[in-house]
Structures are given as C-alpha cells and as structure tokens.
Design a protein around this ligand. Structure first.
Ligand code: MGD
Ligand code: SF4
Length: 853
C-alpha cells in the first residue's frame, strides 16, 4: 500500500520519482530512479532552480543507508535490563503490535501516576510532519518535553541576524552575483546549508569574485579561495571588528544603505569618538535635515528659544543613517579602538591581510557575502561573534541585497492542526511544568525570537536527568537522532540514558542511542520510504518538496505518520482515545474530504494538507502554478518567485525597522529576561559568562574567548569539523565513508585522523600513522596522527563522524563496545553553552593535550 508509481515497478521500465534528500541541512530537491522495486540512482530534481540535476558528493550515500545490510528491519525489544556501553541489550524480534502496546502501556502508567511530564521526545533530523508525533501527541499525553536538536546544530548562527536584522533563521547567499565572499567558520562546498548549489557554482563564482576563508583549517573551500585566514580558534570576532574598523576609517561602507556624515566628511578616525550631534551654522542649517528644524520647534515649545531659528547655530545628527541604527554608538563604544594591529595580536593574522581583505570587501560592496557558520559562533560567547560577523553585512549594504545574503524565501506551507482541544486536565497540568532543558532560567536566557526561554537547550536534558532537576525522565521516545553520540560530552548522555527506565528508539540502524533502548522501531528512510514535506531556500528561491514512499526495505513503518497512528491506536485500545480522535477528526483530505483510516493514509493526507497552497488552483501564493494534486505530485516540488532584493530595507523586523548596529531589539529581550528574574541585565550577563557590561551588551563587541582547560595542562586547541562525507551523524556504515576519508584534505583512508601541523609534530615527535591520545577537560580519545600543513600550528584538527561504538560493521570493531579507528570527538568536547542563544559549544578554545601512545 502507498507505493507511489507502483506501476513502474515492472522489469525494464524504470522511472525518476521526485523526493527530497535530507543528508544534511541543505534539503535538496531530488529525483530517485526506481526500477523493479529498487532505487538505483539519485540526482537533483530537474525542476530545481537551485541545483538542477546536480548534487553533492554524498547524495548517493542515501542509497547505502537505504540498503545497509546492518539496517534494522523489524521491531525489537530488549531482554537484558542492564544498560550501558558493553552491555548486550539482547534484542529479540517482536511484532509491531507488541511494540506499540508496550509503549502505550508505559505512557498510560505514567498518566495514572499523574506524571505525564516525565515523558520526553527527542528530535534529530525531521520532516515537516514530525510535530504531530513529537509535539502534538506528546502534549495531548501531557508533557511539554519535545526537545529538538536545534541548539547542537547552529542556533547561534541566527542570533546576530535576528537581533540586528529581525531574521531568526539561516540565510541564502547569492554567490552567483557575488563579487566577494567572506566565510567565517564555514566550508560551503563541504558542509553548511547550500552544499549542492555551492559545489556547482563555486568555480563560476571564482571567475567574478574574490573568496576569503577564515578557518584554522585549510578546508576544501579554503583550497579554492583567494585568501586563507588561518586565525587562532575563537578569535573571529576580533577579525570582524577590525574589518569593520578599516571599512569605516577608509570610508568604504555602503552609503546607499548605511547613510553618510551630514556633510560627507568622514570623521571615523582611529581612537577618536564621533559626536552624535554637530552644531552647524544657520546657512548650513537651511540645507540640513528636517530633524534640525524639529529640535528648534521642541526648544521653542518649552520656551527656551529667544531668537529666530535661522539666526543661531543648530544641532544636527553628525551621521544621517538611512536603513541602519546606531552606527556612531557602535563606533564610539567599540570600533574606534579595534584596529588591524589590535586584531593581528589576537588572531595571529598579518595586519596587511586584514587591511587588504577590508579594502577588497569595500570595493566589492554591496555584492558581498558574509557567510557565517558553526566554527565562528558555536562557542561560549558565540552570540556576540554572530553579531560581529553579521554586522559586516549591514556595513557593506549586503543584507537582503544582490550578491549578498538574504533571509530564506517565503515557503507558505499550511500548518497542521495542533490538537490543543484534545488535552484533558491531566495533560494541561503536565504541560504547565517546567521543561527538562531548563530554558528560561536565569542562566539559560535562550533568547530565540527575542523571547526569554524561547529556544531549546538541546544539551541540557542529560544533566537535568542526572540531577533530577527539575525532575527525572521516565519514558523517552528518540526519533531520528543519536544524542549519545552527537551531543557534546557524550559520556554524560551515556550516564543519563542508564537512568531512563523506558526508552523507544525510532531508527534505521542500531546506533549508540539504541543500546539504551527497550524497544527499537525500524523507521522508514526519509528519502525513499515515507510521505513527508520539506522546504528550503537557495539561489534566491524558496522550494517545498515532498518525499514519497517508492520502495520498502523490511517491516518498517513511516516514522512521522504510521508510528503516531499506531501509537494512538494502542493508546485507544487501552482506554485513552484522545490521540486517535485527534488524528481521525482533524486530518481531512483536502481533495476528497476523507478522514484517515490508517497511518499510511494519514501520511498522504498530511502532505496534501500542508502543500494545498501550492496545488490548489485558487491559491494566491505565487511561484510555480499547479492545477491539481496529481500535477504537483509528478513534479514533486514548488518553487517561489525570486527573492525581492532590498524589499526589507527599512522594514527589517527589528524594533526600529532598521539594521541595528545598536540592537534595541536585544536590549528589550535582555531586559525582559532580567525582569522575569527580578534582576538587571548586568547580572544576567555575569551569570551567563559574558564579559559585556553597560551598553556593550547591545552592540557587536569583542569578548575574550573562553578557554576550556588551562594552557599548561592542555596546550593545544581542538578544531572539530564536519567531514565532506558526513550526512550529519549518519551515512557512516559503508566503506565509501570509511575508505574514502581522504576526500577531505589531510584525512587518511580508513583512518580517523587527528591532523597536526609539521611544526607541532616535530616538537612532539609524532609522525603520520602514529597512534595518539588526545585529552581535554572532558575526556580522552585515541586516534591516528596525520601530519598536515593545513592544520594551523597549535591546533589539533579532527573531523566529526568516526568513532561509533555502535552503528554497523564498517565503523565498530566490536559492536556495542568499541569503534574502528578512533573515538568520538564529543568525548573531548565539554558540555558548555552560549547561553544567550542556548547553543552548545563545539568550537572556540577547547584545550587538548596530544601524546604519542
Ligand atoms: P544523527 O546522529 O544524524 O542526528 O545529530 P543527531 O540529531 O543526533 O542521527 C542518527 C540516527 O538517525 C541514527 O540512529 C540513524 O539510524 C537514524 N536515521 C538515519 N536516517 C533516518 C531516517 O531517515 N529516519 C529515521 N527515523 N531515522 C534515521 C546530528 C547533529 O550532530 C547535528 S544536526 C549537528 S549540526 C551537530 N554536528 C556535530 C559536529 O559537527 N561535530 C560534533 N562533534 N558533533 C556534532 N553534533 C551534532
Ligand atoms: Fe543536498 Fe545535503 Fe543531500 Fe548533498 S547530502 S544532496 S547537499 S541534502
């Protein structure tokens, strides 16, 4: 049932079926070639204005995931109650009915005890239908604890853009029209959010644009750039501020966006403040801005003025800002002293390079991309790094502009019914409990969208469970995630998972997370085996695509439609009918008016409901026109109109409507968090480990990198990065992944390499191939040394992705015990936060010691 284009599964008559790849956050529109009931090949969706038929190197690894011989093919239960690494769970096959009945029984018991809030769901990667199982049904049961992985992904990335530009989201970079691309902590042709597009366009871009990569590692993108800026980890904000300083001192800012001095004379001189207002003579005042007149009128109203306005000097703003706010305050409070010489000391980059990059940026403005990612801001004070980086986009007029960065295009999918009407009193009481991640506490502002506690603290639950603060968790449903491996300080997750008595893992493979599970549910592969909706943006276009079941490997179920249906049915059998009523009543096929009678129908109905704005002929959303569901299904994706450049200038969604160098929006958010805790902003910042006091809190400014571990004990710095073959934490169980590791510069075939510079290698007596132990404040791992000039001296560079002690034959030497090649980076990375955004720390200054063993 539900196999799309089943008629095509006839020998010799293959067909391209549209779907979406979710191998990373790029979410590329795809087509899969299906023949004889098998998928043979994938390529970009020919209708995609972002990628066309092209794709990244790892698109085909979706197939190795789908047909992985180690894939879980039926539900299982644990027979060994002892949990922990090295304990064989003793999984045995069970039916879907037994699996769901056991799960439902545990949930009913929890409700009987009056503790439904002790149920937690964790979400890793997801489709747009995930909210039904993970949030809506969870709330009907009575728990607020729907925890997503967003804060281990890149929440800090959204901080600067939100508080300066009103955009709580990622950006698309218009690299086709760019004349300069400056990437901080991003390797766009290997990872990040536009990989297929960036891979296709990078070479073309180099013909018309300069590219500069800021990274302690000589990444793939750095190798194809004009400038490599191998700065000391954790110092990106110093570089960004110095670039801003030079841009201002040399008069290179984009005047049609930022504005200019009232008389066109540049007053930005290093070390000198600029007056907010200037007194001008009467004849100049006549030609000056209307504000000058208003000052006189105000004076007059208070009875101050004794002489006519035109006959005395008048105060005017020294700098007339157009679409920005607070430039002079930013200069006075911070930028005036942030010279290239100052930054060179901190970053270890040459003064000339900083000045050259600043001048080139100015010359290319406004067609400049300021590309930010994890390496720059996923660190203890990363919120302000994010602001420092994004401020350059404002200064250069590159925000929302051609050749610059844009927020994601509008992709108006219809939302699904939330089920609030199906919550009983018990559920409402559970929902009122504090969330397990402690969001909103004084020390966790997590100011997503400007709200105190508005964001998730993805790494906190393990610690909360161990400390039983606010309480322990009794039941966990983990969907498409592997937090025991993917979370920083992974050891803590192992400990916490031992304490959760009942766990269900919906997964493709038995991963580390599964080793603590009581029930394993074999999930559908997102790209080939389920209905779902996924949207993204790139190249100026918003796209919405559907995933559809085209094959089925084993006795699997669709994770975001069939599994919630089966759970709702099991709960209903046990007398708790609200979830099933919610699914049966609220989900209605917009074409036929039919209600679902099983999970597969539910999946199709959800897809049709969400995508109706795109295929309903009455729709007014613009973009691609479809006249029916069938027409839409064949193409499998909708494309928006092109992004309207500059349309948000003056309408940015900040408090002032402008691009805020002095963030009134952040000031308000910090104040509301402080008010909530009856304290002041200074106390909030001190508690959250930031150095800023006073007005500095509201502007992009330099904070010293927070170092984990002393220089004496841990003299080198750890640089974690995504390997080009990583499909997030997945895709690893294949020899393409383990064998071809050297597609990433400096890595070793079949190895898990710690890459160190020859200078350090000589000092430490280490050669390529040696086994080395890396130790941080968090833990110790062993791996293979690779002596490589692309690692900045003083750094140990290592890709995330190997070191699975469970997952499959290609990555674990002894399944359930130990990993091939090395260990997980996350055993080295401590649990710490950028508390203003809620993000976890992965970059910055994590001290390590390297020893040959
Ligand atoms: P994964 O590890 O990708 O996700 O980390 P998580 O959100 O935990 O999830 C793997 C699980 O999903 C496995 O159990 C797998 O079998 C299952 N799975 C695979 N495909 C599917 C599917 O189609 N459906 C279902 N239901 N299950 C499936 C990712 C996270 O890791 C992210 S997004 C980032 S950005 C971080 N990156 C990162 C890093 O760069 N360095 C370090 N050190 N740590 C990192 N952790 C973060
Ligand atoms: Fe696109 Fe990422 Fe899939 Fe590559 S892995 S095809 S970039 S979604």
């Amino acid at each position: 049932a539900g196999l799309a284009h089943a008629a095509d599964a006839v020998p010799g008559s293959g067909k391209w079926v549209p779907t979406v790849c979710q191998g990373c956050t790029t979410w590329c529109m795809k087509e899969a070639y299906v023949q004889d009931g098998r998928v043979f090949h994938v390529r970009g969706n020919q209708h995609s204005k972002i990628t066309g038929k092209s794709g990244c190197v790892r698109q085909s690894m979706a197939l190795t995931e789908l047909y992985d011989p180690d894939r879980v093919r039926y539900p299982m239960k644990r027979t060994n109650s002892k949990k922990g690494r090295g304990e064989d769970p003793g999984f045995v096959r069970i039916t879907w009915e037994e699996a769901m009945d056991t799960f439902a029984e545990k949930l009913i018991e929890l409700r009987r005890k009056g503790e439904p809030h002790k149920y937690m769901t964790t979400r890793g990667r997801y489709g747009f239908m995930s909210g039904v199982m993970l949030a809506n049904i969870t709330r009907i049961i009575g728990s607020p604890n729907a925890i997503t992985h967003s804060a281990i992904c890149a929440e800090a990335d959204k901080f600067g853009p939100y508080f300066m530009e009103g955009n709580f989201g990622y950006r698309q970079y218009d690299i086709k029209n760019s004349r300069y691309q400056l990437c901080f902590g991003a390797d766009p042709i290997a990872a990040n959010r536009q990989v297929s597009f960036a891979t296709r366009e990078w070479g073309n871009m180099l013909d018309q644009a300069k590219v500069a990569i800021v990274d302690p590692r000589f990444s793939s993108s750095a190798q194809k750039a004009d400038e490599w800026l191998p700065l000391k980890p954790g110092t990106d904000s110093a570089l960004a501020l110095a670039l801003a300083h030079v841009i201002l001192v040399e008069g290179l800012w984009h005047k049609p966006f930022v504005g200019d001095f009232f008389d066109g004379q540049n007053r930005f001189v290093a070390g000198q403040t600029v007056d907010l207002e200037t007194m001008i003579e009467p004849e100049e005042a006549a030609a000056a801005e209307p504000e000058a007149t208003q000052v006189n009128e105000g004076d007059s109203a208070e009875g101050v003025t004794a002489e006519p306005a035109a006959s005395r000097p008048t105060a005017v703003p020294t700098f007339n800002e157009l679409y920005t706010h607070g430039l002079v305050q930013w200069w006075n409070l911070e930028l005036k002293d942030r010279t290239p010489e100052w930054a060179a000391e901190i970053t270890d980059l040459p003064v000339e390079q900083i000045v050259r990059v600043a001048r080139d940026l100015g010359a290319a403005a406004p067609n400049v991309g300021i590309w930010l990612s994890r390496g720059m801001h996923m660190n203890t004070r990363g919120a302000y790094s994010s602001m420092c980086g994004h401020a350059l986009a404002g200064l250069l007029g590159a925000a929302e502009n051609e050749g610059g960065s844009m927020r994601f295009s509008s992709r108006p999918t219809a939302s699904l019914p939330d089920g609030a009407a199906y919550r009983d009193d018990l559920a409402k009481a559970g929902l009122a409990m504090e969330m397990i991640d402690r969001r909103g506490r004084l020390e966790f502002p997590a100011l997503a969208r400007g709200r105190s506690g508005g964001g998730v603290i993805s790494s906190q639950p393990a610690n909360s469970i161990l400390e039983e603060d606010p309480y322990g968790i009794e039941i966990l449903y983990a969907s498409w995630n592997n937090f025991v491996y993917a979370q920083p300080h992974a050891q803590e997750w192992e400990e916490a998972m031992k304490k959760v008595p009942f766990q269900v893992h919906s997964t493709l493979n038995l991963a580390e997370q599964s080793m603590f599970a009581d029930i394993i549910l074999p999930a559908s592969h997102s790209m080939f085996e389920r209905w779902n909706v996924v949207a993204n943006s790139g190249n100026g276009y918003g796209v919405v695509g559907i995933q559809q079941p085209m094959v089925k490997v084993g006795d699997i179920r669709q994770d975001e439609s069939e599994i919630p249906w089966l759970l709702a049915e099991a709960l209903d059998r046990k007398g708790f009918s609200a979830p099933l009523e919610y699914l049966k009543n609220e989900f209605i096929d917009p074409e036929t008016g039919a209600h679902p009678s099983n999970g597969d129908e539910l999946g199709l109905i959800m897809v049709k409901m969400m995508t109706k704005p795109f295929w309903d002929f009455k729709s007014t959303v613009g973009g691609t026109k479809f006249n029916s569901w069938d027409e839409f299904l064949k193409v499998g994706m909708w494309t928006s109109d092109h992004y309207p450049f500059q349309s948000r200038w003056g309408n940015m969604g900040t408090k002032t409507g402008n691009f805020e160098f002095y963030s009134e929006t952040l000031k308000e958010a910090l104040q509301s968090h402080a008010d909530r805790h009856n304290t002041d902003i200074e106390h909030v910042l001190a508690t959250c480990n930031y150095e800023a006091r006073g007005e500095l809190a509201f502007i992009p400014h330099y904070e010293h990198p927070f170092r984990h571990g002393s220089e004496d004990e841990f003299p080198m710095l750890f640089v974690d990065h995504k390997h080009k073959l990583n499909r997030e934490g997945r895709g690893c169980n294949h020899y393409w992944y383990t064998g071809e590791r050297d597609v990433e510069p400096g890595d070793l075939k079949f190895g898990d390499a710690a890459k160190i510079n020859p200078v350090d290698a000589e000092r430490l007596g280490i050669q390529t191939g040696d086994t080395v132990r890396l130790t941080s404040v968090s833990g110790s791992i062993t791996c293979t040394a690779s002596v490589w000039e692309g690692a900045r001296p003083g750094c140990v560079v290592k890709a995330f992705g190997m070191g699975h002690w469970a997952y499959g034959r290609h990555v674990s030497t002894d399944f359930g015990h130990s990993a091939i090649g090395g260990n997980n980076n996350n055993e080295l990375i401590p649990r710490d936060f950028d508390r203003l955004s809620g993000s976890s720390v992965f970059s910055g200054q994590i001290g390590v010691r390297v020893e040959k063993v």
